[in-house]
Write a protein that binds this ligand. Sequence first.
Ligand code: 5RP
Length: 224
Amino acid sequence: MINQKKIAGEKACEWIKDGMVVGLGTGSTVYYTIEKLGEMVQKGLNITGVATSIETEQQARTLGIPLKSLNDVTKIDVTIDGADEINQAFQGIKGGGGALLREKMVAQASSKNIWVVGEEKLVTELGKFPLPLEVIPFGWKQIKRMLENDGVETTLRKQSSGEIYETNNGNYILDIINQTFTNPEAWHEKLAGIPGVLEHGLFLHYVDIIICGKASGEIEIIKK
Ligand code: 5RP
């Protein structure tokens, strides 16, 4: 059986050249990108990575990929990341892995953003996948109540142990469920304006290239 995540993840390494500063996303698809970049570094490729999560940082360190923090670079040439859903307008939902805030900051700082996905992530309408909000623990119930009064249903993300899930930044995640995002721009306006919501998982203007691994083994490159 074809591993769609692996073929898409590895393909993205073709965009990485010597001397680049590379944003390293988070998740099970970009995992394969990072493994491959590790091999390339072992063979002499000279890059600097900027990790979007502690998990990615640990993987990259183990593979010997040199890293800098976002604070210590002035530009990022290319960022490779996964996604949870993407529509035909190149708008997506991210944050299934909880790294949306750091991912969006790194995407914003990048000259080019490449998303690596399996074909099931390509959708006509966003919303089958829950939309995460990173919220500060202080008053998170207030944010939940406020959204619910507005007809927006959310669940507080928990770990499999039942403990509240905490992001790398020490915040909570409220996942918006049972909602179709037919007008993502309007949702961006609505969610970005809520005090205590640090970031939402709608990525509307970032991705330049989608690398899609298909069950057939084919890899589709979709450029904006
Ligand atoms: C993490 C993310 C991931 O990129 C997204 O959830 C996709 O992950 P995967 O490649 O494991 O399906 O946004 O915050």
